[in-house]
Design a protein around this ligand. Structure first.
Ligand SMILES: Nc1ncnc2c1ncn2[C@@H]1O[C@H](COP(=O)(O)OP(=O)(O)OP(=O)(O)O)[C@@H](O)[C@H]1O
Ligand SMILES: [Mg+2]
Length: 449
């Protein structure tokens, strides 16, 4: 039985309530009555706000006519809840309407958390029960023609409105249905990131020069550290006129250039068929004559294809990887590339990575919820050498004060001559804060481990 049927079957028994609270029974009863009263065809031609106003009016009349005696506050709450549910996402509607919320996390009907300004907090919102939560989930996933039930208990989807939705239901999730909604990330420009203190002006200048000069850039960071956001901001420096192909699992990038081809992978359908992976898209993109390839995130065998593309005429490509440090990022590339079915000798793989990746930008989330660049490092090892990273800039964290706000400043180091020369060849200047290292100058170089 689909969730929708399950929910509807459960609703048949909804009795007319005799008490004036907006609990699940009341809401279910009035939603049923509301649906009987309104003309769906008429509703379809109204826009979102008009539709809500219309439903609220009808619901107001219903409550006055049939309902128990309620205080104004109770009455408003009941009307809101019924209309919210009839319109779609029930108790989640107010959270979705709140622009300051970037993520909504529902762990079973009684635990709802949100992320606001980078901090996770619990909100005093609960579902009337598991059934109501199932219904909300079903509404969400059915808008993208997917289904959630015991036989396919896990769904990851992007809504037409851009939100990314992940659902896991029992038996996989042990404490009831789990729903995670990630709001479509707001595209920040590099200037805005500078204003927020996530990067400084000098680093912004350096990275823009690197992108224009066709350095291959790898953005790394933990979950939700702002990788996609930075990738999107950096993409703005790709000169107009270059053909860009973007490849993502869930299209989040919003490039401002005109000549962009956007590709999105596809999960298998209900019968387990039709899957198109990032890997297949990367391979196919090479036949599309791209100047640059931007892959939202590498997390498997496609890493090898991406490295090959970066080495063979698609310099200036950008991607992200999940990693805890710049060192970890370059090591992970090795692991991920070896997940490909192509067996490449270890040294040859090193060679590919050393040649492909020019700069790693590592992002971190700090205890106060802020996200910023923690390090910019150049890959200065060559050919089959063990990986070596040279720090170009890093964030120097000041001791934490009682207010819990993270403070600190960026340190800028002279660029290794090889990096500076490459910028110069592309007609880019070295930002003054960095300068170029003298041939015998000690740089902050380390073997990645
Ligand atoms: N520098 C920033 N300042 C404030 N908010 C940010 C910043 N960077 C990203 N965010 C916000 O943080 C959330 C996560 O960002 P983003 O999707 O870019 O992270 P991610 O590292 O790509 O996440 P994932 O690991 O899920 O792919 C988004 O809501 C985004 O708007
Ligand atoms: Mg991302």
């Amino acid at each position: 039985m689909s969730l929708r049927n399950m929910v509807n079957a459960g609703e048949d028994g909804a009795e007319r309530p005799d008490r004036g609270n907006s609990d699940g029974t009341d809401v279910a009863y009035y939603r049923g009555r509301l649906l009987e009263e309104i003309d769906l065809a008429e509703l379809a031609i109204l826009n979102g706000a008009q539709r809500r106003a219309r439903l609220e009016r009808v619901m107001g009349t219903l409550v006055s006519r049939e309902g128990p005696v309620l205080s104004t506050r109770e009455r408003t709450a009941l009307i809101r809840r019924v209309v919210d549910e009839a319109l779609g996402l029930g108790v989640l509607e107010p959270l979705l309407a709140d622009e300051s919320i970037t993520e909504i996390m529902v762990n079973g009907p009684n635990n709802v958390f949100v992320e606001r300004n980078g901090k996770v907090e619990r909100v005093p919102i609960t579902f009337a029960g598991e059934q109501q939560l199932y219904q909300t989930i079903d509404r969400i996933v059915s808008t993208v023609n997917r289904r959630v039930d015991e036989s396919s208990p896990m769904v990851d989807a992007r809504l037409p409105t851009g939100e990314r939705v992940n659902v896991v239901v029992p038996p996989l999730s042990l404490d009831g249905p789990t729903l995670t909604i990630r709001r479509f990330p707001r595209p920040y420009s590099v200037e805005e990131l500078i204003e927020r203190g996530s990067i400084d002006m000098a680093i912004g200048l350096l990275l823009s020069a690197c992108v224009r000069a066709k350095f291959n850039v790898l953005v790394s960071g933990g979950t939700g550290s702002g990788k996609t956001t930075l990738l999107n901001a950096l993409s703005a420096f790709v000169p107009d006129g270059e053909r860009i192909v973007t490849i993502e699992d869930a299209a989040e990038l919003t490039l401002r250039q005109e000549h962009v081809v956007r590709l999105e992978s596809r999960p298998a359908n209900i019968e387990g068929k039709g899957q198109i992976t990032i890997r297949e898209l990367v391979r196919n993109s090479l036949r599309m004559r791209p100047d640059r390839i931007i892959v939202g995130e590498v997390r498997g065998g496609e890493t090898l294809d991406m490295l090959q593309a970066m080495n063979t005429g698609h310099e200036g490509s950008l991607t992200t990887v999940h990693a805890n440090s710049a060192d970890d990022a370059i090591m992970r590339l090795e692991t991920l590339a070896s997940m490909s079915e192509l067996r490449i000798p270890f040294e040859a793989l090193r060679d590919q990575i050393n040649n492909a990746v020019d700069v790693i930008v590592h992002l971190a989330r700090y205890p106060d919820g802020s996200r910023r660049i923690a390090e910019v490092a150049a890959v200065t090892s060559r050919r089959r050498e063990a990986f070596e990273l040279t720090t170009l800039a890093d964030f120097d964290l000041a001791p934490l004060t009682a207010d819990g706000i993270v403070r600190g400043g960026y340190r800028h180091l002279p660029l290794p001559p090889i990096v500076a020369q490459r910028l110069a060849r592309a007609g880019e200047s070295v930002p003054a804060h960095f300068g170029v290292a003298a041939p015998d100058e000690q740089l902050i170089v380390r073997a990645a481990h």
